[in-house]
Design a protein around this ligand. Structure first.
Ligand SMILES: C[S@@+](CC[C@H](N)C(=O)[O-])C[C@H]1O[C@@H](n2cnc3c(N)ncnc32)[C@H](O)[C@@H]1O
Ligand code: SF4
Length: 361
């Protein structure tokens, strides 16, 4: 085998010039050819048929694949939602989901960490604890694997998989810049959503980066005492500290964002909760996204009944709250929101859902 420079685990996330240098390519246009294959989802050198055979063989002997991960499991349900378990180079598995809706939007829901340190008590991923952060390459590769299964181009990206994206902000923003790059996927920043449980320094950092992606903030309760109990992040950055950061974010970027409100049966759907929510969002330019809790049998919550949801939305109507009600997709393949936890990592079950708002373009 040829003696080489230090090779990375993945070529994803790299510019053609860097690829040329890493692979000691003598012809610069070959780096461009490799780059073009990579963004088409082709990552074995043998399949890069416009490279000379001898070069393909040389490259295969250097790196078995340009991709550090592989598809471990893949399931598709009747709605066309595909959930994949992606095996990382160290054997850990993360999940990502491709969701297809009636408007033809193909949304990739990506993970940013293996597990999550935030410990929200209603979220299955939160029960896993944090195993590790994902690199930008590992985030991009989830998209590539989903693209390989998709018959259509992917139009939207949401960072709503496993983990807290703003607790792993550098790789997350690197991956966003890659997806947005006109030479790769040219995905508009308005079609990329970063969801956070309320990591305030991350929100402020994102605001500074002038990367006008959509922000989704998982509030779940506008009551400090309840939020302290169900979302430990609130003990560090309470709802008023969070609100100040959101106002700052809004002042700098001027973008409307969403407040995610996971509806927990008999917990945050009463009149007082509605009033607190209404008062919290009054001076924010925001849409509240209502998500009925997706069940995870080991967690001590229940999905609200249809009557409970209707009653809560009626209260919000009366209080003039701007909201949408999200429909869960992907439940049949355990692909709904907050139900992700990978058995291979810790003996748990998986799950997911659609994350694109009904009113999104
Ligand atoms: C899994 S989190 C990942 C992104 C980020 N960590 C966050 O909390 O926003 C994505 C969304 O799922 C919601 N969620 C978590 N567990 C849920 C469940 N069991 N049912 C419905 N939504 C859930 C969260 O409130 C959040 O809005
Ligand atoms: S809701 Fe988000 S922040 Fe909370 S535990 Fe789940 S993944 Fe982590």
């Amino acid at each position: 085998m040829e003696q080489t420079k230090h090779l990375p685990l993945s070529l994803y996330g790299l510019e053609a010039e860097t690829i040329a240098e890493i692979l000691s390519l003598t012809k610069n246009f070959q780096a461009k050819q490799i780059f073009n294959w990579l963004v088409k989802g082709v990552y074995t050198f043998e399949a890069m048929t416009d490279l000379p055979k001898a070069e393909r063989e040389r490259l295969s002997s250097l790196m078995s694949s340009a991709c550090s991960s592989s598809i471990h499991t893949s399931e598709t349900d009747e709605s066309g939602a595909t959930k994949m378990g992606i095996r990382l180079h160290d054997g850990k598995v993360v999940e990502c989901v491709l969701l297809v809706d009636k408007k033809g939007r193909h949304t990739a829901c990506l993970s940013s960490q293996v597990g999550c340190a935030q410990g929200c008590t209603f979220c299955r991923t939160g029960t896993m604890g944090l195993f590790r952060n994902l690199s930008a390459e590992e985030i991009i590769e989830q998209y590539i694997h989903l693209l390989s299964a998709s018959k259509q181009p992917i139009t939207h990206i949401v960072y709503m998989g496993m983990g807290e994206p703003l607790a792993n902000i550098a790789p997350v923003t690197r991956s966003i810049r890659y997806f947005h790059n006109p030479k790769t996927f040219n995905i508009s920043l308005r079609r990329i959503t970063v969801s956070t449980c309320g990591v305030v320094p991350g929100i402020l950092k994102l605001a500074e980066q002038k990367l006008p992606v959509k922000l989704a903030v998982s509030l779940v309760s506008a009551d400090n005492r309840l939020r302290d109990r169900i979302m430990p992040v609130n003990q560090t950055w309470d709802i008023m500290t969070l609100k100040k950061a959101l106002l700052h974010y809004q002042r700098l970027g001027g973008k409307r964002f969403t407040i995610e409100y996971c509806m927990l049966g008999n917990t945050n759907t009463d009149e007082i909760s509605a009033k607190k929510l209404a008062s919290y969002v009054r001076d924010l330019d925001v849409i509240v996204n209502l998500i009925p809790w997706n069940p995870a049998e080991e967690l001590p919550y229940q999905t609200p009944t249809e009557e409970e949801i209707d009653h809560f939305t009626l209260l919000l109507d009366r209080l003039h709250v701007n909201y949408t009600r999200r429909r869960s997709r992907g439940r049949e393949i355990n692909g709904a929101c907050g139900q992700l936890a990978v058995p291979i990592n810790k003996g748990l079950d998986l799950d997911y859902e659609s994350m694109v708002d009904e009113d999104d373009e």
